[in-house]
Write a protein that binds this ligand. Structure first.
Ligand SMILES: *[C@@H]1O[C@H](CO)[C@@H](O)[C@H](O)[C@H]1NC(C)=O
Ligand SMILES: *[C@@H]1O[C@H](CO)[C@@H](O)[C@H](O)[C@H]1NC(C)=O
Ligand SMILES: *[C@@H]1O[C@H](CO)[C@@H](O)[C@H](O)[C@H]1NC(C)=O
Ligand SMILES: *[C@@H]1O[C@H](CO)[C@@H](O)[C@H](O)[C@H]1NC(C)=O
Length: 339
């Protein structure tokens, strides 16, 4: 009888002081399975983000795993970084270089909810936003690096125009394809003694040859189906003081006949958020809430609550409650992979 008397006040104390144990398994942010789930989510995000550049994982910030009737629900908070691979590029993410701080990096934040069953991930929802790293951060490592300019800046638009013209003029040959601008990706302006504008953009093969386009009578549109393809280009336009003409340099990487892979079959194209008025766009926002085909919010909520309710204090063989282990908090956030 005596031990019970001691135990009672102890329980009272501890049931107040101890935090509720998190229900479900503990997974740390840098555990292989957290990264596996994060990479599955990022592939999904990139597949549905069809403007700008692909994003890659920088850090798993939080991870929660909850049991469901048929598997597990995984909740992730991810820090992403923009790569140099355009969204339309067929290059696997593994081979995409992260945009360095010296080019003014773009960071993405995503909340992700996915269901894992038999080793297969089903996306339930993703909520992402992205923002440009500050010019101050860039200056710390590169005092002379030029800022990113708005995508609709007149100098940026002009540099893209003359670069594309140079590409089309240089594209000689009999049935040469006439290329159209698909999207401006980035633009940077360095003003000083010379004014130089550096741009990155994506072009698309049109349904016209150069000759047809030059005749001025044909209507040229982006080619679809067989022969449709994109190219990622960069251009720089420099105006030296006193010079009459600008110096134009442009080069492209052509992604041949890979449109079928880029335009995902069956994947719903998520409309991007309409641009806010009076907001200058320096980069292509990664803003897309998306609900997957299994957006069974009510179901998952039930599972979630069921899991919570089911997780009462365990009973020891003697019938006394066992307090939760102190070690039951996940090690988070994970390490930054890049910067
Ligand atoms: C998972 O495996 C179980 C048992 O093999 C099966 O009954 C179930 O249909 C599978 N679920 C999915 C989504 O494949
Ligand atoms: C254009 O086509 C003709 C006939 O097929 C060929 O002789 C000629 O070399 C081609 N010219 C170019 C620039 O490819
Ligand atoms: C390209 O496609 C447009 C729209 O379908 C059409 O009007 C135009 O004639 C086509 N151009 C050529 C050269 O076939
Ligand atoms: C660029 O876009 C902003 C916001 O929509 C607008 O206020 C500005 O006038 C545009 N600039 C040019 C050069 O079109």
């Amino acid at each position: 009888m005596k031990p019970l008397m001691v135990l009672a006040p102890l329980l009272l104390c501890c049931s107040v002081v101890l935090p509720l144990p998190p229900p479900g398994r503990i997974v740390n942010c840098d555990d292989a399975e957290a990264h596996e789930a994060a990479n599955a989510a990022i592939q999904h995000i990139n597949d549905r983000h069809n403007t700008g550049y692909k994003f890659t994982l920088n850090r798993v910030e939080k991870v929660k795993v909850r049991p469901t009737a048929s598997g597990e629900m995984i909740f992730l908070e991810l820090d992403l970084l923009e790569t140099k691979c355009p969204s339309i590029s067929p290059t696997p993410l593994l081979h995409c270089v992260v945009r360095p701080v010296t080019e003014q990096a773009v960071e993405g934040d995503c909340d992700v909810k996915l269901h894992k069953e038999n080793g297969t991930y089903n996306m339930i929802g993703t909520w992402c936003k992205s923002e440009l790293d500050s010019a101050e951060n860039m200056r710390k490592v590169c005092p002379d690096c030029p800022n990113l300019a708005p995508l609709n800046d007149t100098q940026v638009v002009h540099a893209v125009d003359v670069s594309l013209h140079k590409i089309n003029v240089g594209n000689v040959g009999n049935n040469s394809t006439f290329y159209l601008l698909h999207e401006i990706g980035r633009g940077r302006i360095q003003s000083g003694i010379s004014n130089s504008v550096h741009v990155e953009f994506v072009i698309a093969a049109s349904n016209c040859t150069i000759d047809e386009a030059n005749s001025g009578t044909a209507a040229c549109v982006e080619k679809t189906g067989a022969g449709a393809h994109f190219a990622a280009c960069s251009g720089s336009v420099v105006k030296h003081p006193g010079a009459v003409d600008e110096e134009v340099e442009a080069q492209c990487t052509v992604y041949k006949n890979l449109v079928g892979e880029v335009v995902e079959t069956g994947a719903p194209q998520v409309p991007l958020a309409p641009p806010k008025t009076n907001v200058l766009h320096f980069h292509h926002n990664l803003h897309h809430p998306s609900m997957g085909p299994h957006s069974s919010e009510s179901n998952s909520a039930e599972h979630y609550h069921a899991a919570k309710a089911g997780h009462v204090f365990k009973r020891s063989p003697t019938g006394n409650p066992v307090p939760p282990s102190v070690q039951s908090l996940p090690l988070c956030p994970g390490k930054k992979i890049h910067f």
